[in-house]
Design a binder for this molecule. Sequence first.
Ligand SMILES: [Zn+2]
Length: 136
Amino acid sequence: MEDCIFCKIVSKEIAANVIYEDTNTIAFLDLNPRNPGHTLVITKQHYATIFEIPEEIIADVYRTVKKISKPLKETVNADGMNTVQSNIVSQGVHHFHTHVIPRFWDDNMPIVWESHHAADRVELMAIAEKVKRLLG
Ligand SMILES: [Zn+2]
């Protein structure tokens, strides 16, 4: 897609520190890392969000996430790892990507969400029933 920075990384129009590449995915180091080794795994084809991406391609993305995780953890001597994927809200680049962020016990990185309150059981049941109905 024209003017998409991630498509330009795929086409090598923009240089990136690529650590892994296969038929449908590419993994490269984030230029503004939250922690050392912060990596983005993206699709080679342009899909904006999880709502457009085909199941087999998202499976390829997470195969790549799994493949790079251990070598990445070992490289930066991390204690753990977060994988974060945003769609529309909190999505900086509208080309499907998953952040793979090495974590350290003392990195002071906030959790993505704060716990709120105990759920309303009736609301939980209504949401579960509606999603199950939409899944068919
Ligand atoms: Zn793109």
